[in-house]
Design a protein around this ligand. Sequence first.
Ligand code: PEP
Ligand code: MN
Length: 297
Amino acid sequence: MNAPKKPRPYPLAGRSDTSHTTVVRFPDTDITIGGDKVTVIAGPCSVEGYDMLIEVARGVKASGASLLRGGAFKPRTSPYTFSGLGVDALEMLATVRAETGLPVVTEVIDTRLVDTVAMYADVLQIGARNMHNYALLSEVGRLRKPVLLKRGFAATIAETVMAAEHIMTQGNTDVIICERGIRTFETATRNTFDVAAIPVLKIETHLPVMVDPSHAAGRTDIMAALSNAAIAAGADGLIIEVHPRPAEALSDADQSLSLAEFDALMRGLAPFIAASGKTLVTAGAPRGVPTEPGHVA
Ligand code: PEP
Ligand code: MN
């Protein structure tokens, strides 16, 4: 099927011409997402403490990641499992950002917490479970900070772009769309990685498109294959779960890479980045001073 001739129903997120590409920038750094670069975000599913966070941040930076992920408020399927360290985790993320220079990505799950999370985070993540939470989309739309929007696990590509449109109607133009697998009848993987979503999203929108192979796979042994495929299909980057001791992870242990596994994945990715005609974004020296004085532990 060719691209539709009628106007797209998402005028802000939709691509009007092939030269229109959104590149998300991070103040006081050379780090970008989108355009002719590949950007890798890595870190634990959940922030479990300062020591593990600084260890993983230093490790993933050395291997080529340029942003740090870490959940502070976790949406958990079971109410009896670890739900994150909350504001304490946000403080740890800000401290580790100051020490490493890595901008931080963390999820916001509640409209009441948007301002709090925005005080600390460089990128606010909207999780798959909240892609249809239009009040939350509007709330992050009022911010002037990038938003990483995960595709809902039962959402079509069009619905995903429409969720980005909800954010953008409030004035926030820095939206990154993330394919993280959809739910199908297949049980060998946690979700089914929809590789076709990448080129379709690139045709439909001018927004950066990232891939989360961790939640797509739910297992570590196929993470490199999925990462390579994502870059080969045109993704602007990856967000990958890494833990210093995966077996001890309090959430998503089965899909968390060790630092050595992540390093091997990054080495294997290099030829795919080169073949796609892009270069890897690398993080520079630590900023030294926090961007939000008073919010660093
Ligand atoms: C996560 O990134 O840890 C997460 C919960 O992802 P998703 O919303 O894609 O399930
Ligand atoms: Mn996770």
